[in-house]
Design a protein around this ligand. Sequence first.
Ligand code: ZN
Length: 157
Amino acid sequence: MNAHVANHNELRELYRELILDHARSPRHFGKLQCPTHVAEGLNPLCGDRLTVELAIGKDDRIADAAFNGSGCAISVASASIMTETIIGLLRSEATGRQQSIVALLRGELEPAEDIQLARIRALAGVREFPARIKCATLAWQALRSAIDEDGTRATTE
Ligand code: ZN
């Protein structure tokens, strides 16, 4: 049992480092050249304000994603992990993933076997800090808004 506890602590440490790494060096931070879908997420409780940009191709696949703005370490790490998670997915797949991860972060869903990605498990550690859950879900909520909004409406297409 001691070995189990040690492994658990090692995992927690690993997850903490993974989150800090994403917060310090966020992936896909910036703007896309030609975003098709954009949405802003605001978390007034913490002051996090992030904009999510997607480039969804004619095949309905998310070809690229980026985020910009400012926020606390958890919101930035979560946004960074979000972009890495959804690039390459079909829009419908991203919506499904978004729903299960938001439920996971809110504690409405237990980490399932299908959530094998270390970065998602790391993010789920936020459940121990209820005040920070909105920080962690912010980018995912903005993702949903971006997916649901048809950015091409603004063009003459
Ligand atoms: Zn925050």
